[in-house]
Design a protein around this ligand. Structure first.
Ligand code: DOR
Ligand code: ZN
Length: 338
């Protein structure tokens, strides 16, 4: 097969920032995806109805003629009550919870994710049927952070059985058992957690452009995640976690966490699924699972990829240089122009 067409691709975890960076990066998603779940960790974060509206407007103004649905989110605050949540329910797809300090721009997040601090808000969300999206990491030792967060996921899944909880960008094979155990737990997985390991990040010369939160894990973890996705697990959606930072902020003595993957994720996913002879399971991962889990009807779009070598540019951006995942590498598949 030399061509593959994907129907209505969705990226259910996407950072597109705002201002100049937004204008640099949004096209790589809006052109090739039908929609994306836009993360709220801007500076300052999205926390009010006005923020949601103005951010959505800024995105729509930046995408020119592309048909793309920006599914919006707000940044979890324990102060959100039922009345506030009701007033924004139709404007957002999820409330995104960040434990304070665990990743880029999360300082205003939750200090301790326990029922005393978050219980009332989660109970209101459960009643209003607003899904909860979580960056599930503690502030512990870097490779243990996701595993250390599992008891919290379990507590929330048990306490709020009707609340749909999305475990974002899962990276550790120990998370899988929990995903299987509770019917209200779902997950997103990135391309980078399926493709690379800490040996790629740290095994030779340090690769700052592969540094992200959660940190990429071992080959065993990567293979366990691959197994799920390649076999079409219905509770897992694609979420790129594409997170652009200027080149100089990544190549710094205080390097930012985040991998910019938006321009190459579709090519990378086709290559991975083809290599494992599982192309038939890419479509649910990239679209149907999310449509069912989130009960959304995104605008229809067909994206064709062709078997043609694609040399990934070493940087993207006109005014800001941004280094993508797989910079300078050759991929076997290219996007056919839409
Ligand atoms: O590596 C990351 N970068 N992980 C996140 O969770 C946030 C993201 C960002 O916003 O840069
Ligand atoms: Zn993210």
């Amino acid at each position: 097969m030399d061509r593959i067409t994907l129907n209505t691709p969705l990226d259910m975890h996407l950072h597109i920032r705002d201002g100049e960076m937004l204008r640099e990066v949004v096209r790589y998603s809006s052109r090739y995806f039908s929609g994306g779940l836009i993360m709220p960790n801007t500076i300052p974060p999205i926390t009010t109805k006005e923020d949601i509206f103005s951010y959505r407007k800024e995105i729509l103004n930046s995408i020119e003629n592309d048909i793309f649905e920006p599914y919006m989110s707000i940044f979890f605050k324990s102060s959100y009550d039922s009345q506030f949540l009701k007033s924004v329910r139709d404007d957002i797809l999820v409330v995104k919870l960040y434990p304070s300090g665990v990743t880029t721009n999360s300082d205003g997040g939750v200090v301790s994710v326990d029922l005393d601090e978050v219980g009332d808000t989660l109970s209101a969300m459960e009643q209003l049927d607003i899904p909860l999206s979580i960056h599930g990491e503690t502030n512990g030792s870097v490779f243990e952070r996701e595993a250390e967060f599992l008891p919290t996921y379990e507590l929330l899944a048990k306490t709020f059985p009707k609340l749909r909880i999305i475990m974002e960008h899962i990276s550790d094979r120990r998370t899988i058992e929990l995903l299987e155990k509770y019917s209200n737990l779902f997950a997103t997985i990135t391309l980078h957690h399926l493709a690379i390991t800490f040996d790629d990040l740290l095994g030779g010369a340090l690769q700052p452009h592969l540094f992200c939160k959660p940190i990429v894990k071992s080959g065993k973890d990567r293979d366990a995640l691959r197994d799920l996705v390649l076999n079409g697990h219905p509770k897992i959606m694609f979420g790129s976690d594409s997170a652009p930072h200027p080149k100089e902020k990544k190549e710094s003595s205080n390097g930012s966490a985040g991998i910019f993957s938006a321009p190459i994720v579709l090519q990378g996913l086709v290559e991975l699924f083809e290599k494992h002879d599982k192309l038939e399971n890419l479509q649910p991962f990239i679209s149907e699972n999310a449509r069912k889990i989130y009960r959304i009807s995104p605008p229809q779009k067909s994206i064709t990829l062709v078997r043609k070598e694609f040399q990934v540019p070493t940087t993207y951006g006109e005014k800001i240089e941004i280094v993508p995942l797989f910079a300078g590498k050759k991929l076997n598949w290219s996007l056919e122009d839409v």
